[in-house]
Design a binder for this molecule. Structure first.
Ligand SMILES: Nc1ncnc2c1ncn2[C@@H]1O[C@H](COP(=O)(O)OP(=O)(O)OP(=O)(O)O)[C@@H](O)[C@H]1O
Length: 310
């Protein structure tokens, strides 16, 4: 349905997005995952024709949208990262205001406002001014505003940043429902790996302006199929153990956390007994040693050597 073809955006001498290729098919929930500054917002700004690419193309139904993005704009509902609401107006007044921008009016506007308020769980707070809302409620209203014109594609830029877990769950469930019940296509950007794992059919992972992996979760995780990840937990890690494990011949990579160490070794390597021996020798009290099911976070670590949320 929509494609980014070899798209780049340069700010002065720096590429915010570099030679990125991406596609979105109707009915999918596509995830765009990456740490802060990866280029996610810039990529979706180009996709929704809010920013002009330095090079490359944006295509909708096989037609370039660079010169006349009208058809693409019409089908997009954009949920920006920053909340764009009038805080002195009520929830309902905000909806009506933005609905008119989408050229909705009269009974149709009111029907849409009622429907969307119900969907985002704010019907009973419709007459309250937004300044009294919690962060999570503002986020939900921000999403509602983008859905008033029933967009085919809802683009959500980190919609759960800085909100309580309950609102976060509500938003995730709403996205799922919109996709299943209304066949809405969703592009969901986040630096929360778990959200993308939970929601998305296909995933693109960006880092420093580049696309570093793409595919279904299984495809992306298969990047790690040659390795296994072992998680060692201990209350007080010591330097002797860390030094020994980093220099152990079969170990490919070690990532040290506060009370845990992630160790990546070739799949066929049996290193359990060696870990226990090294712990004993260095006087480390182990809490546990487990094989970890790979996550997208592990893939990101493997590809970049850094955690998704540094
Ligand atoms: N208007 C701009 N002028 C100059 N540099 C910019 C501009 N917009 C973005 N950048 C830079 O481009 C890079 C990518 O930023 P972008 O906002 O697209 O990343 P992101 O993945 O969305 O991260 P975040 O979650 O922090 O928004 C960053 O280094 C950012 O500083």
């Amino acid at each position: 349905m929509i494609e980014l073809v070899d798209i780049s955006k340069k700010f002065k001498q720096v590429f915010a997005v570099k030679n990125v290729n991406m596609f979105i098919e109707k009915g999918e929930i596509v995830g765009l995952l990456g740490p802060n500054g990866a280029g996610k917002s810039t990529a979706i700004s180009m996709l929704s024709s809010l920013a002009e690419p330095t090079s490359g193309d944006v295509r909708y139904l096989n037609k370039s949208m660079l010169k006349s993005p009208g058809p693409l704009r019409k089908i997009i509902g954009m949920v920006p990262q920053d909340i764009a609401l009038y805080t002195e107006l009520t929830a309902e007044e905000n909806m009506q205001f933005f609905g008119r921008i989408y050229r909705l009016k009269g009974a149709e506007l009111q029907r849409k406002v009622d429907e969307v308020l119900e969907l985002i769980g704010l019907s009973d707070r419709r007459k309250d001014v937004v300044s009294k809302f919690s962060g999570g409620m503002k986020r939900r209203l921000n999403i509602g505003v983008a859905m008033l014109h029933e967009p085919d594609l809802l683009i959500m830029d980190e919609p759960t940043v800085g909100i309580d877990p309950q609102s976060r769950n509500y938003i995730l469930e709403t996205v799922k429902r919109l996709n299943v019940e209304k066949q809405m296509t969703v592009l969901y950007t986040s630096h929360y790996m778990e959200e993308v794992e939970y929601l998305c059919d296909r995933i693109y992972i960006m880092d420093k302006g580049n696309l570093i992996a793409s595919g279904t979760q299984e495809e992306i995780k298969s990047i790690l199929s040659a390795e296994k990840t072992i998680l060692v937990k201990a209350d007080r890690l010591n330097n002797d153990f860390l030094h020994a494990i980093k220099n152990y011949p079969a170990v490919n990579r070690v990532i040290t956390g506060e009370k845990e160490v992630t160790i990546m070794v070739p799949k066929e390597e049996n290193i359990f007994s060696s870990i226990i021996k090294l712990a004993e020798e260095s006087g480390l009290n182990l809490n546990s040693v487990d094989i970890k099911t790979p996550t997208l976070e592990d893939v990101f670590l493997h590809l970049t050597g850094r955690a998704l949320r540094d």
